[in-house]
Design a protein around this ligand. Structure first.
Ligand code: ZN
Length: 242
């Protein structure tokens, strides 16, 4: 089976469309989304519709739950809260109803999926070896997938040693030989210094994973931020990908 994994789209339609076009060329068997479809960005409804149409599995993330009112927006600082409140005003009834069906974690054959982390699928960031190890110890599947941090990550754990770290675009890793925790990075708000949209290709038959990056027209998304009146800082950071 071959699976494309996306995460943290954050209502960035042009990034999502570019990634879906590249994924379509690869003809995966499935498309999985690790959540945060909305929040920050200007096109929440369009992104929900595209993920609903193309993904065979989608989780929800903390931003989705904040917009839905499941999480108190007091937990969202500054611009994130402003964008979440704006998203509430424009989110369509169908899109809202669909988001409400999603959970922040799921299990597939040999894979455990979480928006944030195994210990806290909604909020915990996996950004250190220690938290990655605790997450791997809290799970049993050979492969653990997380999103949320917007930093592509590949951590291997062979029951004695932890190895790996931030995964640049083009990085390839073997899925055999050790348990792995992988984060595809973010489609719509990358924060690893590479502004291209991030996603992950999993080939279970070949036993390998590849970190992918897809360029998109950042200026088009930035123009939509301005049209929507969303905070400029959320739009400007797309340029350097931070
Ligand atoms: Zn996110």
């Amino acid at each position: 089976m071959r699976v494309a994994v996306v995460s943290d789209i954050h209502a960035n339609l042009h990034a999502l469309e570019a990634v879906l076009a590249e994924i379509e060329r690869e003809q995966p068997d499935e498309l999985w989304c690790l959540g945060d479809l909305v929040g920050y960005g200007p096109k929440p409804n369009e992104c929900c519709r595209l993920v609903r149409e193309h993904a065979t599995l989608s989780l929800c993330g903390n931003h989705d739950l904040g917009v839905l009112g499941v999480i108190d927006l007091a937990d969202f600082a500054g611009d994130a809260g402003v964008a979440a409140r704006w998203t509430r005003t424009v989110l369509g009834a169908d899109e809202r109803a669909w988001l409400e069906t999603l959970a922040p974690s799921a299990v597939r054959d040999g894979v455990e999926l979480f928006h944030a982390s195994p210990r806290d699928p909604i909020w915990e960031y996996v950004l250190s070896d220690h938290i990655a190890q605790l997450g791997l110890q809290a799970t049993a599947a050979p492969l653990v997938l997380v999103g949320h941090s917007h930093i592509p990550l590949s951590i291997a754990w062979d029951e004695t040693t932890l190895s790996g770290g931030v995964a640049a675009g083009g990085t390839e890793v073997a899925l055999a030989g050790a348990r792995r925790l992988l984060n595809p990075g973010s489609v719509g708000q990358p924060r690893d210094g590479d502004p291209r949209a991030a996603w992950l290709w999993l080939d279970f038959d070949a036993g390998e994973a590849r970190f992918r990056r897809t360029p998109y027209e950042i200026a088009r998304t930035q123009a939509e931020f301005a049209e929507a009146g969303l905070p400029a800082a959320l739009s400007l950071r797309l340029g350097p990908g931070i």
